[in-house]
Design a binder for this molecule. Structure first.
Ligand code: ADP
Length: 401
């Protein structure tokens, strides 16, 4: 089945055109600068150079989807002959709240439920919905599916997802932990189980998705028991620009003593904190690691803080599950940085986690068990593939129509 996989953000749309029965990814790319001047589409076919298209003017999401369709059917650099070959669209959706414990076909009802989730994700869900509506007009009659970042974590038990707040606030506003990166945690947990040659139902896994945004999950028997991101992606690990965990009084203190509005505080915690906040200039972990080598003290501190947080969660989640069979690293930092992986697991041999230095060094964006022969807990690197899951889920849902 030929499926257009879309990840619609407020100013960008990332896409992959999948052939689920044939070659996998036929083409991929991204439209950037939606809603501002000088929009740009970058389009790439496997083994070919990237093509850049600058349409000029100011474009909206509908125009962005139109440009993507034009690119994939273009006679020079396209990959299909006609728009009618696109059989379905799969959307990566951020927040499904308690409305969605799994993926869904986009219907009027589903769209209404997605709109009900907007208050919980005001930064992400409106853009996702714009993407769906753009496809309704650009690809009328083509089935669309929504795959939620939160859905995998809907198995968390109440004692894990509730915050210690007056229960009325949960009942009234649905304030609770939801967790994100669910598609990735699901995919890498299953890949790790496959590599271990054991049914996921009997495994206790910790999956560490360390990208620019980062979260870690306790996956017990294939189900999410707990995860570090909360009602929003701000909670948990320290990230590129997000603070992660802190005393909940801190934002109130900042508002009172720095005279910030709630919006300004949100901006500070989401966009100016974390690794950027500590170093004052870097968000990209590669830059921080470079700076560390030159003895940059802020970079050294940021790396120490980053790794220490992940280590603490590994301990906490092992205790929560009553054991651990494997620790799984994924996403930009987790897949590519042997140094960060080594620093995170350093000192965890007491709980059976030990990695082999050579295997760790070799694991650059590949599926590899990097455990040392003495380890009783496996450490596994898994390149994540959220688009694969979205394409497969879309295919399953469309086939069931
Ligand atoms: P997101 O999807 O959240 O943007 P990614 O999973 O693509 O994140 O990861 C992006 C992050 O991965 C960036 O901060 C980048 O620095 C980091 N990264 C990529 N390659 C490396 C590497 N070789 N070493 C360290 N960090 C890396």
């Amino acid at each position: 089945m030929k499926i257009l996989v879309l990840n619609c953000g407020s100013s960008s749309v990332k896409y992959q055109l999948w052939d689920t029965e044939g070659d996998g990814v036929l083409a991929k790319g991204m439209v950037q600068r939606i809603g501002i001047e000088n929009p740009l589409l970058e389009h790439k076919r496997p083994d070919e150079d990237k093509i850049k298209i600058e349409p000029g003017g100011i474009i909206d999401h509908t125009k962005a989807i139109e440009l993507i369709i034009e690119a994939v059917i273009d006679e020079n650099y396209g990959v299909i002959g006609d728009i009618s070959e696109i059989e379905a669209v799969g959307h990566r959706l951020v927040h499904g709240a308690e409305e969605f414990a799994g993926s869904t076909i986009v219907t009027d009802e589903a769209l209404a439920a997605m709109k009900r989730c907007i208050p919980l994700a005001p930064l992400h869900n409106p853009a996702n919905i714009k993407g769906i509506e753009a496809c309704l007009s650009e690809l009328p009659g083509v089935p669309q599916a929504g795959i939620f970042d939160t859905a995998f974590h809907q198995t968390m038990p109440k004692f894990s997802y509730l915050y210690g707040l007056p229960i009325e606030l949960y009942e009234k506003h649905k304030i609770r932990r939801y967790g994100f990166h669910g598609t990735s945690h699901y995919y890498v947990a299953n890949k790790a189980a496959e590599l271990m040659g054991r049914p996921i139902e009997e495994l206790k896994l910790i999956t560490a998705h360390l990208g620019n945004g980062a979260s870690i999950a306790a996956v017990d028997g294939g189900k999410s028991l707990d995860t570090s991101m909360g009602m929003t992606p701000l909670e948990g690990l320290m990230m590129g620009t997000r603070s992660g965990d802190m005393d909940p009084y801190v934002p109130l203190f900042i508002q009172m003593h720095e005279g910030l509005t709630p919006e300004e505080t949100s901006n500070l915690l989401n966009k100016k904190s974390g690794v950027l906040g500590i170093t004052g200039k870097y968000t990209d972990m590669r830059d921080v690691l470079e700076a560390e080598k030159t003895g940059d003290e802020a970079a050294i501190l940021a790396i120490d803080m980053y790794c220490y947080r992940v280590k603490k969660y590994i301990g906490a989640y092992s205790a929560a599950m009553g054991g651990l069979d494997a620790l799984v690293f994924t996403a930009g930092v987790g897949e590519n940085s042997d140094e960060i992986r080594a620093k995170i697991v350093d000192g965890l041999s007491f709980m059976g986690i030990e990695i082999d230095a050579k295997l760790n060094y070799d694991a650059w964006g590949i599926l590899l068990d990097i455990s040392s022969p003495h380890a009783t807990v496996r450490t596994i690197c898994v390149p994540t593939d959220e688009e694969f899951v979205i394409a497969k889920e879309t295919e399953r849902l469309v086939n069931a129509l």
